[in-house]
Write a protein that binds this ligand. Structure first.
Ligand code: GH3
Ligand code: MG
Ligand code: MG
Ligand code: MG
Length: 315
């Protein structure tokens, strides 16, 4: 018994189609569909895919080679592979070479020998299954990689980029500022007296505050700016400006006001929250900065902001 295959026969001659189908049925293939033209075959295959296509070369409108190109393109889009056997009355090595150079997997001359047909269809089925296994495996691998990439760069509590993603962004933004121009500002934001919120309402409510705060910070900045969670109740804000003269550390004042203007809703009621922000900006042409040097300066400024009474921006 052969393993069944989804087969499509394409031939403009009704008689040829019927002979092939009868032969394939006799071998044991039950899923054999027939199309009278290339476009009919393509429609059939977009309904339900085929594993092996047996196509006539010479057909009106779209010929077997054009059909091969169309199937290859559709397969590429969908991540499938269809094995293609071209059959033809054309004689000679040149015709055969032309067919293979157009991407067919196999080639048969008419009248089609039944034993050869059985062997070639069997081999074509094996090609299709091997190719499809490879494609499915690499698609699964790519999905796993995307998932890993997401997990390794995202903070699970707030859904914001994490420290690792922040470092990557800072590195590329600093390089861009150095090379192409513009400016980059790093703000390190720390919630004021967050320990008191935890102590008073409990750690879970503290978490709720962090989640809402993260959303507010995201909304307070431009889409191209980055808001990341550095850890604990500390967030990093990264803003890049195309031109050095557009550098505007004032955005951090706006962030500060957005946070303190409205209390944060939690399941234990509204909790007023203020934050302190330490800023470091690097403009093109200034002495070179690194992530470390910018973080150091922003941290020192954050410390100053806390010292000076909190709920303020320094830098
Ligand atoms: P300051 O104004 O000086 O920043 O005071 P603070 O109380 O915010 O500073 P401190 O660093 O003493 O406290 C930060 C607290 O944040 C301590 C820690 O328990 C809490 N914390 C860190 N990570 C989390 C978290 O993921 N969830 C919650 N609920 N609390 C956290
Ligand atoms: Mg024909
Ligand atoms: Mg802190
Ligand atoms: Mg704090």
């Amino acid at each position: 018994m052969v393993e069944d295959l989804a087969i499509v026969i394409v031939d403009d001659m009704q008689y040829s189609r019927a002979v092939l189908r009868t032969t394939l049925n006799r071998i044991g293939y039950t899923d054999v569909r027939m199309a009278a033209s290339a476009s009919e075959a393509l429609a059939m295959m977009s309904d339900r895919r085929a594993e092996v296509v047996l196509a006539d070369w010479v057909m009106p409108e779209m010929n077997g080679l054009e059909l091969t190109a169309a199937i290859r393109q559709k397969d590429e889009e969908r991540g499938h592979y269809t094995a293609l056997i071209l059959f033809t009355g054309k004689e000679g090595d040149e015709a055969m070479m032309e067919a293979f150079s157009h991407g067919v997997d196999d080639y048969l001359t008419k009248p089609v020998n039944q034993v050869q047909l059985a062997a070639r269809v069997y081999a074509a089925g094996r090609i299709a299954r091997l190719q499809n296994t490879v494609l499915e495996t690499s698609a699964a691998l790519a999905a796993t990689n995307r998932q890993l990439e997401y997990l390794s760069t995202t903070d699970p509590l707030t859904g914001l980029p994490n420290r690792r993603a922040l470092d990557k962004r800072m590195e590329s933004t600093i390089l861009e500022t150095q090379g192409r121009g513009g400016a980059v500002c790093l703000g390190i934001l720390d919630v004021d007296h967050f320990k008191q919120i935890n102590d008073h309402y409990g750690h879970d409510i503290g978490d709720e505050v962090l989640v809402v705060l993260a959303k507010r910070l995201r909304l307070a900045l431009r889409p191209m700016d980055m808001v990341a969670r550095m850890g604990g109740e500390e967030f990093a804000l990264v803003a890049h400006f195309q031109k050095a003269e557009h550098c505007d550390p004032g955005i951090f004042e706006r962030v500060l006001r957005t946070v303190s203007e409205e209390s944060i809703p939690t399941s234990e009621g509204e909790i007023p929250v203020t934050v302190s922000i330490g800023v470091c900006c690097y403009r093109h042409g200034e002495e070179m900065q690194t992530i470390q040097s910018m973080t150091r300066v922003a941290d020192q400024n954050l410390y100053q902001a806390k010292e000076q009474g909190r709920n303020r921006v320094v830098g």
